[in-house]
Design a binder for this molecule. Structure first.
Ligand code: ADP
Ligand code: MG
Length: 224
């Protein structure tokens, strides 16, 4: 499903060059539930953004579903992002002036689905996340756990093959974090590949495989 071979990425700011990823080799199969761990600044978000085709890389090969992601046109990159990948972020990234249903429906708006249909589907996903009653509420009226459920519903609504989550429990209390992890495990059971960046051990312990990022390379992914 995901094949990375010798991926390098540097950031250049002024005269400084920061070599963040120094030859990442990684294979993740369809249906896996993995976590990526590493200290702050180790390049976890950089790696996830490359996987999500949100950012490019300098060298190496990235294959998603047997298609090379090198030098994609912006149009093709958007196609893969919108149809193959769902994103979940630490800070939820909900639109503050749209209610929960409208936030969830947004990816379908970009696919040209009409309002009535996309809102109906959004309600079904909110229902699956157990927060249908909150459909008309704004993010500011919801708890962190509820907001993350909205964000997860939004990530799922395009029926992606893989969910990329960057510290999805980083802003949640420990009880809510575990509930969100249970939700991820359940989603994974439906066959969706889940890649969760975290620096919390009790989160990574709830995935099937822990991938460690250190000094720009991957230490052997171990299975729980
Ligand atoms: P992590 O998610 O593991 O905390 P990041 O991938 O966000 O790490 O960052 C890795 C390193 O790259 C850090 O030192 C960070 O400061 C640097 N970095 C990240 N994004 C940029 C950027 N856009 N420009 C310059 N440096 C960056
Ligand atoms: Mg990060």
């Amino acid at each position: 499903m995901i094949h990375l071979s010798n991926i390098h990425k540097s950031y250049v700011t002024g005269a400084n060059k920061l070599h963040v990823l120094k030859g990442i080799d990684l294979i993740i199969e369809q249906g896996e539930l993995v976590s990526i761990m590493g200290s702050s600044g180790s390049g976890k978000s950089t790696l996830l953004n490359i996987l999500g085709i949100l950012d490019d890389y300098d060298n190496g090969l990235y294959k998603l579903h047997n298609t090379e992601m090198n030098n994609l046109s912006e149009k093709k990159a958007a196609y893969y992002r919108n149809n193959m990948i769902g994103f979940v972020f630490q800070s939820f990234n909900l639109i503050s002036f749209k209610n929960a249903m409208e936030n969830v429906a947004l990816p379908l708006y970009y696919q040209g689905v009409n309002r009535k249909k996309r809102n109906k589907i959004a309600l079904e996903y909110l229902d699956r996340m157990g927060i249908k009653d909150w459909a008309e509420h704004l993010p500011s009226e919801m708890s962190g756990g509820q907001k993350q459920r909205v964000a997860i519903a939004r990530a799922l609504i395009t029926n992606p093959k893989v969910i990329l989550a960057d510290e999805p429990t980083g802003a949640l209390d420990s009880q809510t974090s575990l509930e969100v992890m249970d939700l991820f495990r359940e989603i994974n059971k439906s066959g969706i590949t889940m890649i969760i960046v975290t620096h919390e051990k009790d989160i990574s312990e709830r995935t099937d495989r822990v991938i460690r990022l250190r000094d720009g390379i991957i230490e052997n992914g171990q299975y729980n």
